[in-house]
Each structure stands twice: as C-alpha cells, then as structure tokens.
Design a protein around this ligand. Sequence first.
Ligand code: CO8
Length: 257
Amino acid sequence: MTYKTILTERRDSVLLIRLNRPEALNALNSTVAQELIAVTAAADVDPAIGCVVLTGSEKAFAAGADIKEMQPLTFQDVAVTDKFSEWSLFTNRRKPIIAAVSGFALGGGCELAMMCDFILASDTAKFGQPEIKLGTIPGMGGSQRLTRFVGKSKAMDMVLTGRMMDAAEAERCGLVSRVFPAADLVDEAVKVAVVVAGMSQPVAAMAKEAVNRAFETTLAEGLLVERRLFHSTFALEDRSEGMAAFVARRPAEFKNR
Ligand code: CO8
C-alpha cells in the first residue's frame, strides 16, 4: 500500500514508520492520522512484524496537530465529529510501538509520542505542549498522559507556559526512557525494537496490556489483571519454551503461540 504522508520500511521483523510531511514539520493532519491508523492495523495482524518504530525527521518528530487544517474549524466541526477521538484506534494496538523522537515533538507531536509504548529520544529532541499559545489546550491526551508521565507540577508548568523541555530534562523526568546521539537514533531504536520483536509476540502483547492497565485503574485491579495475564502465559507454548530454554542453558526459540 502507498501512503501520502508516511514512509514505511521493513528492517528485519521491525516495521519502521517515518512521518513524511517535511513542508509542515510533520504536522499531523487528518491524512496522517488515517494513514498511521491503517498502517498500524495492518502491522497488528502481520505475524512477520514483531515491533513498530515510529519516527519523524531529524528536525521534527511532529510539530503538532496541523494548525492550518484546524484554523477554520468551528465548535460544531470539532464537537460533532468528536475530533481526535480516532486516535484511540492507534492506542489500542496490540503490537509494541516505540517512538523515536528527534527535534520538535510539540502539541499533538508530543501527544503522539506519548501514545506509543515508550519514547527513545535524540539529544536534539524538544518536547512541549504549546497549545495555550494558540488559545487552545491539548486535545490528543497531553493534559492526561503528560501528567501521568511526569507528575502534576511539571505537566502544569509545560501546559500553562507552553515552554519546551530538552532531551536531558525529558529523560530526567521520565518522559523518555533513553537518549541517543541524533545521528544514531533510528538505528538504535530499530536495535531496541529487534530485541522486543525477538520475544514471544503474544507475551509481548500481554506485557503491553499489563503495563497500560497501570494508567487506567486502581492498584488492586491492576495487580489482578497482571496476575490473570501472567496465568494466561501458562497456556502458551512460548512460556514452556522460555523456561525450558533457561533450564537447558540455551537461547529460547519462540514460535508466537
Ligand atoms: N501545523 C501546520 N504547519 C506547521 C506546524 C503545525 N503545527 N508547525 C510548523 N508548520 C509549518 C510552518 O507553518 C512552516 O510552513 P510555511 O513555510 O509554509 O509557513 C513550516 O512548517 C516550517 O515551520 P517554521 O518556519 O515555523 O519553522 P521554524 O524552525 O522557524 O520553527 C517551530 C519551528 C518552533 C516548531 C514552529 O514551526 C512552531 O512553533 N510550530 C507550531 C508548534 C505548535 O504550536 N504545535 C501545537 C499545535 S496544536 C496541537 O497540536 C493540538 C491542538 C489540540 C486542539 C484540539 C482541538 C479539538
């Protein structure tokens, strides 16, 4: 399938998706949303893909929702269509998705990175929720996910001032998991994704589901969900193989079943 706003590339068992609207610093218009939703839906059902990496350019992961597309919209336009609700399709994907962020990740760009399962950043990355400067507020999860990532004080600081944080600050406060030199980011992200893709796919999906429940529910409920998912892994051949391989001191060969 050919896309207008993204480029895709297979590297081993990893699907690398690059946002590709250089003229708009990868601003997220409705075509980008449709294409990201479609390409990740296809990846979810492709057994040859074990993990997805989502990246942008060196200058911009994404500079936000497309302001030029949004500018003429009225309250009726955004409310009647429940604008941006379609992103829940992206966040419901079963396959792990890693964001590899270089340059600007602002507004919807920061929110898209946070919709992924974890964020790897380059030392040039800049994160921000500058919507307040446009007379609006985050609309794709920024006020909720950023607060869960970095806590109330820093999230409030970011959302109320619209300032950017650099990669070092983002790593310090837990928004990103690791930082790499900009020139190495994509290769390093793919290496991380290859590690993830080498795990049992159904087990990786359960691990993702378990961690994500921590953002949705109480500790007691989350612990119950985790335990039930843990029990479920005992129905898989891959769980038998993983433990048998450990005991036999050999690498595990997962069959994704
Ligand atoms: N949307 C559309 N076009 C953009 C965007 C954007 N978010 N960001 C940059 N561009 C375009 C510029 O207009 C410019 O195009 P042109 O040359 O045709 O004028 C081109 O990209 C290059 O940008 P700059 O010349 O501005 O590049 P600089 O290097 O000078 O500056 C910045 C880079 C600092 C990133 C600057 O472009 C900028 O501030 N961009 C906007 C960042 C922003 O405010 N993002 C938040 C957008 S709102 C949002 O994401 C969620 C809103 C939720 C609303 C909910 C409604 C229901």
